[in-house]
Design a protein around this ligand. Structure first.
Ligand code: B12
Ligand code: SF4
Ligand code: SF4
Length: 308
């Protein structure tokens, strides 16, 4: 077997064993088509106060500038679709991705294991692990590697498992066999655009980040503008509306990652429990969750914002 194929097969098999949903590989190169799109998005200030999006423009578009000598981008998906959602339909909502342990920790550990495996089985390979926070266009790489297509809500979707998964990557200086993109299956559907409570999907494939509930409830440090009062549809941390209405998410399958299971009390919290939440309860329920990012004061701000 040619070594490229052998290494590719080894990496894919190990990624599966580590619990990743799928693994796709692309040549590390400049993303020519994305450059004007990212530039336009930034020029239109669609990143709002997420100033980190303005940094490292060149590196964000070219992994060889981010990881010197890199040859391949190995994209990986990790499912977070939960078995159960909170039982009180009147209670404020948090996004499914934040129910359990913060995915940054869970995925980073898994990526390190995959990199260790590469070192053991293949040898001296220089590589770095990325999940979410680095200047990498996660969705674009995953789509390029055939793991799914970018839907009109701008998230990555697959026909067999929908879109409720995280994307991460290893960028390595090892040549591998590369995958091809898949086809787009949004067709004439516009459900996500129509359902978005704040009309943040300003045109197909383009989300104005500064209008998204996820931005207001997680990223925005200051006061939430009064202009969006009444439009939050009870979301207090993130928002799943554009994914919940997507017909492809009928095919979501629940994850089997114990670390993503919620604290049992989260599932039974009522509207009253949320309104009366104390810092002690917050620390207990969200001990390791991404919700900690807003801090107690941020979550209280978001809960208060729902009230008239
Ligand atoms: C900044 C950010 C946000 C911002 C801005 C959202 C956005 N769409 O950019 C905010 C805070 C709003 C946000 C919200 C959410 N996010 Co977010 N976010 C990111 C982050 C850090 C960067 C994304 C980015 O580069 N945006 C810049 C803009 C320019 O990129 P873009 O939206 O992809 O835009 C592209 C399209 O416009 C496209 N385009 C333009 N024209 C055309 C035409 C065609 C035909 C096509 C195909 C494409 C296309 O080109 C642009 C550049 O490639 C990534 C992690 C990462 N490092 O990639 C996570 C990430 C995208 N987020 C993620 C998630 C889960 C969410 C939420 C679902 C969380 C939640 N439940 O609240 C929401 C979903 C909102 C939505 N509909 O996008 C996941 C997505 C997983 C997936 N299945 O796709 C990521 C990949 C994190 C991760 N590692 O798993 N997020
Ligand atoms: S996450 Fe919510 S607010 Fe953001 S684009 Fe999707 S539906 Fe709109
Ligand atoms: S809701 Fe429809 S348009 Fe939006 S991403 Fe899903 S299939 Fe595509």
């Amino acid at each position: 077997m040619n070594p490229k194929l052998k290494y590719t097969t080894l990496i894919r098999t190990e990624a599966k064993r580590l619990g990743f949903l799928s693994c796709g590989i692309s040549k590390a190169e400049f993303l020519e088509e994305e450059a004007p799109r990212l530039e336009k998005w930034l020029n239109q200030h669609m990143h709002g106060e997420m100033s980190y999006m303005e940094n490292h423009f060149d590196k964000r578009l070219d992994p060889t500038k981010l990881v010197e000598g890199s040859k391949s981008v190995i994209s990986l998906l990790l499912n977070y679709f939960p078995k159960e959602i909170p039982s009180d339909p009147a209670s404020p909502k948090i996004s499914k991705y934040a129910y359990g342990t913060d995915y940054h920790f869970v995925i980073k550990d898994r990526l390190k294991e995959l990199l260790k495996f590469i070192h053991q089985e293949i040898g001296e390979v220089h590589g770095r692990a990325f999940v979410d926070s680095a200047p990498v266009l996660d969705k674009v790489w995953a789509a390029k590697s055939g793991l799914g297509w970018i839907g009109k809500h701008s998230n990555l979707i697959t026909q067999n498992v929908g879109s409720f998964y995280f994307i991460a990557e290893l960028i390595v200086d090892l040549e591998l066999e590369y995958d091809n993109p898949t086809t787009d299956h949004c067709g004439s559907c516009t459900s996500c655009i129509d359902a978005c409570p704040t009309q943040a999907i300003v045109e197909p494939f383009i989300v104005d980040g500064s209008k998204c509930i996820s931005y207001f409830t997680i990223e925005l440090k200051n006061e939430i503008p009064a202009t969006v009062k009444g439009y939050f549809d009870d979301w207090i941390f993130g928002c799943d509306v554009c994914q919940d209405v997507c017909p492809w998410n009928r095919f979501s399958k629940s994850h089997n990652e114990p670390l993503f299971n919620p604290h049992p009390e989260l599932l039974s919290m009522t509207k009253k429990d949320w309104e009366e939440i104390t810092e002690e309860v917050f620390n207990k329920i969200f001990e390791k969750s991404a919700v900690k990012r807003t801090k107690f004061s941020g979550l209280k701000r978001n809960i208060a914002f729902l009230k008239e």
